[in-house]
Ligand binder design. Structure first.
Ligand SMILES: *Cc1c(COP(=O)(O)O)cnc(C)c1O
Length: 478
């Protein structure tokens, strides 16, 4: 494949740049300056083709099915982008005087209210830039809460064995010891284990509900009671909020603090597609510890409110990713109360329909009503007979234009595949996915090499994933 550096020809122009300044502005250290900047010289169509070509080398939700469990890769409605491009929003500067950004502040204030309402919390901060940072913010607030009461012996955070890796990482980064709580036979928190591990050292219990197995924790009210009785607080990992939107509020089931992943439940772009956003919500007893600034309201005037004397301090520059607040707000307002409830209903319906289609193909560790996602495993008979593994099946799906589901998570399910279709997929897409999965499992038996060497049709084949993540090659080198 050609690349733009090799296509470059001296003097070829795509854009007229203003005359260059001859001297660098003062204050830039010498070692940061270079005499030459060998930019490729190209016409506009060459540049456009280059970037369109690159975009076609990736899979995206705008291209095809993306059932990546836990991550809620739902379609992001284009009206979100239209709103984000309105000049009055797009050209805002974070240092503008408050009286010139009243509309933006009102939007943030209303989003805070909406998220508080949807999660059953008393106050929200929009600051954290991801779910993981929301976790960190929440756990630091819990720590500050115990310290403010002189309750200094609480050194442990209890986390179920099905949890996402960020939960234990968050707890240990905040200086806590992680205590694992086993799941029971039905995939819920084992109450006997929980009782045994709760105690005067418990600072918090972190839960995802529905869990990463896609199962609603039906003992949640009892878990909250036990946690509070032991003097701990209950943290809600909101990654799976999509399943219960408008149906059940974490605040009503006893949670003290939540984070919400706007890029999952509220249709803002993920990762490479845009910055994340992980607002936190708290019950009143944790409100003094919230990071500032939040947004306050005086009649019809809005202003930024700095954190109070007990605040854990600012966790991100300014007030978080405003562009994401704007998109999430658009999503909430364009769907409304009934629309959001329908989101949860359709997400759950799609997941259960797809589970029904694949349950005879894969092994099903927990035969229960799924919420928005479900976990299955590659049947042991296939693995033993052919050596094909879940990873191979995942890679082969790429040849059919389908992004793989999440694999090998949660850790407690052997050869796990976690499938989350989301509410935005049609019945035809789900039927087609099940048919492709059936075909790949058939191939695993009749032609295992085909599956083990997949993908065959993608721009790159199997990568060394650890190296690709840790030593990415981000520059062209001739
Ligand atoms: C995605 C996810 C997280 C982390 O959220 P980010 O926004 O990716 O930082 C935490 N817990 C669960 C269950 C998740 O799925």
């Amino acid at each position: 494949m050609t690349n733009i550096f090799e296509e470059s020809r001296p003097g070829r122009l795509g854009v007229q740049l203003p005359p260059t300044r001859t001297e660098a502005p003062a204050g830039i250290p010498k070692e940061a300056l270079r005499a030459e900047l060998p930019w490729p010289e190209l016409s506009e169509p060459q540049v456009v083709r280059h970037f369109v070509r690159l975009s076609r080398m990736n899979h995206a939700i705008d291209v095809g099915f993306y059932p990546l469990g836990s991550c809620t890769m739902k379609y992001n409605p284009k009206i979100n982008e239209e709103m984000a491009r309105l000049a009055g929003f797009a050209w805002l500067h974070p240092l503008q005087p408050e009286e010139t950004v009243q509309g933006a502040l009102q939007l943030m204030w209303e989003l805070e209210q909406d998220l508080a309402e949807l999660t059953g919390m008393d106050q929200v901060s929009l600051q954290p830039a991801a779910g993981a940072q929301g976790e960190q913010t929440g756990i630091l607030m819990i720590k500050a809460y115990h310290q403010s009461r002189g309750d200094l012996e609480r050194t442990e955070v209890l986390i179920p064995d099905a949890a996402h890796g960020t939960n234990p990482a968050t707890a240990s980064l905040a200086g806590f010891e992680v205590v694992e709580v086993k799941s029971d036979q039905r995939g819920g928190v084992d109450l006997t284990e929980l009782r045994a591990k709760l105690g005067p050292k418990t600072a918090a219990v972190m839960l995802t509900n529905p869990s990463t197995l896609g199962i609603f924790e039906d003992n949640i009210v009892e878990i909250a009671r036990l946690t509070h009785e032991a003097g701990g607080l209950l943290y809600y990992d909101g990654a799976n909020l999509n399943a219960i939107l408008g149906k059940c509020r974490p605040g009503d089931t006893g949670f003290d603090v939540v984070h919400v992943n706007l890029h999952k439940t509220f249709s803002t772009p993920h990762g490479g597609g845009g910055p994340g956003s992980g607002p936190v919500g708290v019950k009143a007893h944790l409100a003094p510890f919230l990071p500032g600034p939040t947004v306050g309201r005086d009649g019809d005037r809005f202003h930024l409110v700095p954190g109070g004397p007990q605040s854990i301090g600012q966790v991100r520059s300014f007030y978080g990713n405003f562009g994401m607040h704007l998109r999430a707000y658009t999503y909430i307002r364009s769907l409304g109360r009934d629309g959001l409830t329908e989101v949860a209903e359709d997400a759950v319906l799609n997941a259960n329909y797809l589970l029904h289609l694949v349950k005879d193909l894969m092994s099903v560790p927990y035969e229960r009503l799924a919420k928005h996602e479900f976990v299955v495993g590659l049947p042991r008979a296939i693995k033993d007979r052919t050596g094909v593994r879940t990873l191979d099946v995942a890679k082969r799906l790429l040849d059919f234009g389908i992004h793989s589901p999440t694999v090998y998570f949660p850790l407690i399910v052997e050869e796990a595949m976690m499938i989350e279709p989301t509410e935005t997929e049609s019945k035809e897409t789900l039927d087609a996915f099940a048919a492709v999965l059936a075909q790949v499992l058939e191939e695993a038996v009749t032609d295992p090499e085909l599956v083990k060497t997949a993908p065959h049709t993608t721009p790159v084949r199997r990568l060394d994933e650890a190296r690709a993540a840790r030593q990415p090659i981000l520059r062209y080198r001739p």
